[in-house]
Design a protein around this ligand. Sequence first.
Ligand code: ATP
Ligand code: MG
Length: 631
Amino acid sequence: MTAYADFYRRSLDDRNAFWAEQAKLIEWHHTPNSICDESRPPFTRWFADGTTNLCHNAVDRHLKQRADQPALIYVSTETGAERTYTFRQLHTEVQQAAAVLRGLGVKKGDRVLIYMPMIAEAAFAMLACARIGAIHSVVFGGFASLSLASRIEDAAPKVVISADAGSRAGKVLAYKPLLDEAIRLSKHKPEAVLLVDRGLAGMERSTGRDHDWAELMQRQRDAKVECEWLASTDVSYTIYTSGTTGQPKGVQRDVGGYAVALAASMKHIFLAQPGETYFSTSDIGWVVGHSYIVYGPLIAGMATIMYEGLPIRPDAGIWWSLVEKYKVTAMFSAPTAVRVLKKQDPAFLKKYDLSSLKALFLAGEPLDEPTARWISDGLGVPIIDNYWQTESGWPILSLVNGVQAQTSKFGSPGLPVYGYDVKLVHENTGEELTEPGQKGVVVIEGPTPPGFMQTVWGDDERYVKTYWETVPGRMVYSTFDWGIRDKDGYYYILGRTDDVINVAGHRLGTREIEESISSHPNVAEVAVVGVADALKGQVAMAFVVPRDASLIADDRAKLKLEGDIMKVVDDQLGAVARPARVRFVSLLPKTRSGKLLRRAIQAVCEGRDAGDLTTIEDPSALQQIRDAVAR
Ligand code: ATP
Ligand code: MG
């Protein structure tokens, strides 16, 4: 057996010993004796009799050895702010913020909703909650009133922390009016609202309810607030899924299991060493921001970069200039961001010294081979695709290079990560598919590993029903993704189970067709959906963003490109996979986190209502689809 195969087997076969070992990567107040409690499946309780604290592990723990090393590096190309906080300074800020929250009556178990732009105060607020055992619920700052209102209602926070405004591409986006409207719409009313005033937009304040962050922090200048020792199974936070396939689900996460999972992943997957610098380009509103902007890097004793701004402003070299300046060793981003860079001059990838960078990790969406090759050749660093979900909190499929250096394969996020008993099953019979090349639903056999969601917030029944009772005949966690495994055990994600297309009895993943189409040189981006067809059951429809729009200036040119694209699919996958139509648009409908909204595209194609669109980035993209379909 190889070193990783052995490591992986032990994580499942000798679960308690394996995770007791990993648990030593964090500091406990009371070291757990109970490791994996699986007495009430599918609910798994990790390190149940242990007590610890996320903030202690992210901040206080490092004061002994690295108090004056950088912890949080805040960079905003929107406001020009740039500031480094050492672990000592972070400790001070977080204690102050914790004292402010206590002063507003926040106690252990109370919810605090954080609706903030990417500013350092947002990280202070999260860590302050963790410190006193309050449950944070971070809501992405780009959401408008309606999305925010439903989350306020669901989390029922005692306090909301927000700011006057965010900024995107130099355009100020006022938050306060959106927040006021959301509170008005919500049946639940927070007792207090704490506001960071960035001086970007004026704010109307509601007396008695609204408080000024800077003023209250100033009053707590010398505050000392010790970490509250929490049960490992206490709730650390709730966070909502991206809403790509329907209504977002409120994911609830624990304390101890999460801390251990992150510490272990930093070491084994993200190649972390204390004192190094981590740069994740995500947003604190998403799970990547929780795990790999705030908690993971800090728990590992690394400096973490928190970046507010676009990847292409002031120019497409901005991220790489930060890598050079702060000697970033590990970087984490998403394919959607790489596709943005792909439309820019590749010379920017070569302009800065990237010798500190060990790898670029990408997750969130399928990484097509042309995009992976483009960024890998351009940067000259390994690209590591990793597959996971808000629900899991950390990678499910990846290469685990910290245990054993492994070969990556384009198009595959790699192997099951230790702790995850990943399987492929037949979606109708539930039968396990063991032969290489068989397509099926990607599922996880319980018990779920540390860091995995505990349940749906406030709704155990919904957790069981939604995730564990969908595969006939067996109780397994469904990822709702469709995949395939090759003879070496590498997985390939073929699309969402909802997106599987059934053409005259042939089952095709949207991803397979998209991957094929995107190999055409004039395709920048593509979305494929299955559309009901009287004859064939379903046919594929493709919406393409051309790389060079001038090549499809008239109808003849469009027809020619459509034909060329169909030919590419014919040659690569066969005529069954050929899209019935290829339509050209300048923009595809995506969620705020950059995921293709295939279900909305499909609904429009089939003349149905587009469904829940509260997480859509730009509604005009969907209008383009409507127009293209109407033509
Ligand atoms: P919702 O669950 O609300 O519909 P969502 O599934 O997009 O939204 P997330 O938890 O943000 O919410 O995304 C997880 C999903 O993203 C995965 O289930 C998978 O479909 C996709 N995904 C993530 N990483 C990868 C990857 N490396 N390759 C392919 N797909 C990925
Ligand atoms: Mg999902």
